[in-house]
Design a protein around this ligand. Structure first.
Ligand code: BEZ
Length: 211
């Protein structure tokens, strides 16, 4: 069965461009982004993996580690890294799993045979410090992902882990958030000293509490 939100992210040990990596150990007590791409030496993937490398600091700032996977070999990844550096400005600077046996790809259901039979599609798994999966994304080979969206979701998940809030449509870091309907007004006054606006009893907005 496909991995669902709330499931424990399956652990594995795999060969990567940074040596053997065990997922849970690698993530430690921080957040994790496990993502797959279809193939090395392909155009969209080159832009995506370059962007993850260029923006790695933004994940680190959020206490999140990134790790990629495809069914190519580690040797292939290492060769491709020079092209990524040349065309995107930054070489691979995070572990990229070589998975020619498809062990990780099958464990995470990253191969969608009716889309691409022989390679992983573009998946993203956001993993919380307790190792549960908090978000999954699946994109086709023809559409590159949006790093801003992955960071935005990470911000929202981390905020929700710290405060009883959720984030409205198109929320970005710094905007108002929604107070959990499970919190009554009295408790909301205490927890959110900046105050809140009640649009409906179930829809109360408050300034982002960690700002
Ligand atoms: C790409 O990265 O451009 C790509 C990879 C695999 C299939 C199709 C496109």
């Amino acid at each position: 069965m496909a991995i669902q939100l709330g499931d424990v992210a399956p652990d594995f040990t795999a060969d990567t461009t940074e040596g053997s990596v065990s997922l849970h150990e690698y993530l430690g007590d921080g957040w994790g982004i496990l993502f797959s791409h279809p193939a090395d030496f392909t155009p969209v993937c080159t832009t995506e993996l370059g962007a993850f490398a260029t923006r790695k600091d933004e994940f680190t700032k959020r206490n999140a580690k990134i790790i990629g996977v495809s069914v190519d070999t580690v040797e292939s990844h290492n060769g491709w890294s020079a092209d990524i550096a040349e065309t995107q400005g930054t070489a691979l600077n995070y572990p990229l799993i070589g998975d020619p046996e498809r062990t990780v790809a099958n464990l995470y259901g990253m191969i969608h045979p009716n889309a691409i039979a022989t390679a992983t599609v573009r998946t993203v798994f956001v993993i919380a410090p307790d190792k549960t999966v908090r978000l999954t994304l699946t994109y086709p080979a023809s559409v590159g992902r949006n790093i801003d969206e992955i960071l935005r979701v990470l911000d929202a998940l981390q905020l929700g882990a710290e405060f009883p809030v959720s984030t409205p449509v198109d929320w970005t870091d710094g905007s108002d958030v929604i107070i959990s309907p499970a919190i009554n007004d009295e408790d909301a006054n205490e927890k959110f000293p900046k105050g809140f606006t009640t649009l409906k009893p179930y829809l109360r907005l408050t300034p982002q509490p960690n700002r």
